[in-house]
Structure formats: C-alpha cells, structure tokens
Ligand binder design. Structure first.
Ligand code: SPD
Length: 437
C-alpha cells in the first residue's frame, strides 16, 4: 500500500488546484471533500480524463480532506465551502437528511452503459442504507463508498487473543501507556456502551440497536467514567496515525477501524511485526461512508459522474488495494480480486449473493455473517450530539493520562540536565580534561 505516494499525489492535485482554480469557471471545477488516506494514487486524474471522454467537457478536481466526521459536518452546516461531493459516515448522512442538507441523486441522468451504481450495488449495502433513516430512503441521497467494522488492532506477539476478546483490553493495566484510541467520539462511545451493557444484552433486556440510540445522561456519564479510567493507559487519541504507530510498535492495542487494521497488518508484516484485528465478543458497530451531494453544490453533473466513477469495479479495486478499506461494491470482479487460498473459507452470501457462501478472503476485510450479527449501525442523536461532544472534550482535556506524564517527565529531565550542565560549565568541571603531555 503506497500511502506516501498516494498522499503525494493528492497533495500535488491540491497544490495544482490552488494555483489554477482562480482562473477557472466554477462549472469546470469539482470540489470533493473526502477522508484522508481514502483514495488510490492517480484515481482523481483518471476521473478527469474519463469525464472528458464521456461528456466532452473539461473538469478539474479540487480535492480536500478531513479526519473527523464532526469537523467536516460543522463546515457543511455552516455552509463554509460549496463542496460538490462529500463522504460522511452513516449517522452523519442521517443527520444531513434530517436537516435537509442533501440533494437527491439523479443517476437516471447517466447513460446506461456507464451506470455502475445500480449495476453493482450490494444487496447488503442497499438494506443497511435503507435502515439509516426509516423515514427517508438514504439510497436516494447517498452511494456507499467504503464500509467496515470498529474493533481492536493489536500486536499479536505481545497481546494474547483472550485479552482482545473483550473491549476491556483498552483498560487492561498490562497495556498501560500502549493503548491508542480513535479520536472519533461516536465510534468509541458505541463499543464502550456495548461493553458496559453486556449483561443487559445477554439477558435480552436491551438490543444493540437500542444502545446505538442511547444518548441518555446516565449512559453518557457511565461511558465518561469508564473512559477516564482508560485514559491512564492511553498513549494517544489519533485520527489517522494509529496504524503507523502500531507498525512501529509504539503502541500494542488500538481501538480502530477495520480498514486501518488491514493497512497496518500488511505494512507491519513487511518489517517483521505481527498485528491482528478482532471484533470483541460483546459486539460492535458496523459503519458505512457514503458519497453525498450537499444542497448548495455548484456542479451536480460532475458530482454525479464522480460518484459513478468510484463504483466502477476496477476503480473500487484500486481504492481498496491502496487504502486497506473495503469498497461497498457487490461486483463479482471485486470479490475475485480479493480471493486468496491462504484464508479459511467464509460465508459472504449476505454481501455478494448466494454463490459466495464459501469464499477464501481476508476476514478483516469482509467480516463473516457471525461478526455482522453482533454489530449495529450508529444513528444520529440530533441535539443530544452536543452532550456527547462535551463529554468527549472533558475526557480528552481532563487530568493527565500516560502520554501527558511521559511528555512532562521528558521536559523535567531536559530542564534538570540543562541546569546541571550549566553549573558544571561555570565551575569548569564540565570542561574536557587537559591532555597530559
Ligand atoms: N482514513 C480514512 C478513514 C475513514 C474511516 N471512516 C470510518 C468512519 C466510522 N464512523
């Protein structure tokens, strides 16, 4: 996975855009706002070329990135930028639908020969998108890009599998100072609440779906208390760097997304570090990031073509191979590209149809039915989101965790060393002894 090259290519695109956009007609510009590290090298340039071939019109993509759903949403809600196409997660799509921030997608406008969206939509994705918002079918407003689970990425040489069978590994004192948390409040809140309510889940008095909607003051307080305990052992809150810190063994346990895990496992193997990923037994969240067109978009036609291009199987495969994430694309060609006899056969008929009931693919990429059955979709909390964000700030900003102590310790040592050194210099004792003749 050539992340560095991909990043350089994206940076070059953005750089080039900055210098040429001023002179361009807005209709010749497509503003894309996507997650960082989420597209393969060269795909943007290939889209510009393909768009010209299909329409005879020039387009220049202005490509911008974000790392945190809530930060992206705040820009959209304030109308700070007239993005044409954006890639939020499921519960943010739900919020955008509730707040009337999205345009319906018109794929009938595309010529049949290049309409990849309907042709390759997985039945599973279609069903899950329908469940995003029971009142409005999200399939009419969004097309899934990548999807996955939230779980634990861990160093399998130093952390035994039984320790990661539970979310409580993030609080396990054995790994204090070596735990990374995703800087994504909803993606941490869900698993922690599932852990805290495991007894009620087992007894059947609550369901995973109930927990995804649980924004009560009691639950937020319980998750806060738990996270404050975890914080003593947390060495960082990361948006995108966690995978690299794991490959360098700077951390041993990382609450992370399956796509980052795939990337990290492959990169780590190349330097002899063994990482693995699991979805703890208590249950977790399954998530989807989908393309949407905000209602103040200026280039709906190019945005529609862009979303369609991302669904072309060869493009989906390139994006998967380079980012580690899984395309929401049900094309058989995509499945075939991932088949590797090294893996045990798993049942992916839920995603690719009946014929895929026993396929050898990486189970971190495509969870089998048993994992899916213990995962649920996050949902928008509306106004209550503020309570979560404020709890999150309290936890991250409150009294020091391990990483803070390490930094403070290093600063104190540096000051002490500087003072000792300056005293020794003044007394002449720090000087190199004169050579005997
Ligand atoms: N570096 C790209 C990361 C995108 C992951 N999206 C996951 C969102 C889960 N809510």
């Amino acid at each position: 996975m050539k992340k560095i090259f991909a990043a350089a290519a994206v940076a070059a695109t953005v750089f080039a855009s900055c210098f040429s956009l001023g002179a361009k007609d807005r209709k010749e510009v497509l503003k894309v706002y996507n997650w960082s590290d989420y597209i393969a090298e060269g795909v943007i340039a290939d889209f510009e070329q393909w768009y010209f071939e299909q329409t005879g019109e020039q387009i220049e993509v202005s490509y911008m990135t974000f790392d945190v759903n809530e930060a992206m949403l705040s820009k959209i809600e304030k109308g700070q930028e007239d993005y044409d196409v954006v890639c939020p997660s499921d519960y943010i799509i739900e919020r955008m639908l509730n707040n009337n921030l999205l345009l319906p997608l018109d794929f009938a406008a595309l010529p049949d020969s290049i309409n990849y969206i309907y042709k390759y939509r997985s039945p599973y994705i279609e069903k899950m998108f329908r469940s995003i918002n029971p009142a409005i079918d999200a399939n009419n407003y969004s097309v899934a890009y990548m999807w996955g689970t939230t779980g634990i990425l861990y160093n399998s040489d130093k952390v035994p599998a039984e320790d990661v069978a539970t979310w409580d590994v993030i609080r396990n004192p054995k790994y204090a100072g070596k735990v990374l948390m995703k800087d994504a409040p909803r993606d941490v809140y869900g698993p922690v609440l599932i852990y805290l309510k495991q007894k009620e889940l087992a007894e059947g008095t609550v369901t995973l779906q109930d927990l995804m909607m649980d924004s009560s003051a009691e639950s937020i307080a319980a998750v806060k208390e738990y996270l404050l305990e975890c914080k003593k052992g947390v060495c960082g809150w990361e948006a995108d760097l966690g995978k690299e810190l794991m490959t360098k063994e700077r951390a041993l346990v990382s609450l992370n997304w399956s796509g980052d895990a795939v990337w990290a496992i492959e990169e780590a193997a190349e330097v002899g570090v063994n990482l693995d990923y699991t979805v703890p037994e208590e249950g977790s969240t399954v998530w989807f990031d989908g393309w949407v067109i905000p209602k103040y978009a200026k280039n709906v036609k190019a945005a529609t073509y862009f979303i369609d291009f991302m669904c072309r199987p060869d493009i989906a495969i390139r994006n998967m191979d380079e980012t580690g994430y899984v395309a929401s694309n049900g094309a058989w060609e995509v499945l075939e590209s991932q088949i590797d006899p090294e893996y045990e056969p798993i049942n992916l008929s839920y995603f690719f149809g009946e014929e895929a009931d026993s396929v050898c693919v990486n189970p971190v990429l495509y969870p089998d039915q048993a994992v899916i059955d213990r995962c649920a979709l996050e949902h928008d909390w509306g106004e209550k989101t503020e309570d979560l964000l404020s709890m999150w700030q309290d936890v991250k900003g409150s009294k020091a965790g391990a990483s803070t102590y390490i930094i403070i310790g290093a600063v104190i040592l540096a000051i002490v060393a500087a003072v000792v050194f300056s005293r020794r210099s003044k007394n002449g004792r720090g000087k190199r002894p004169a050579r005997r003749r």
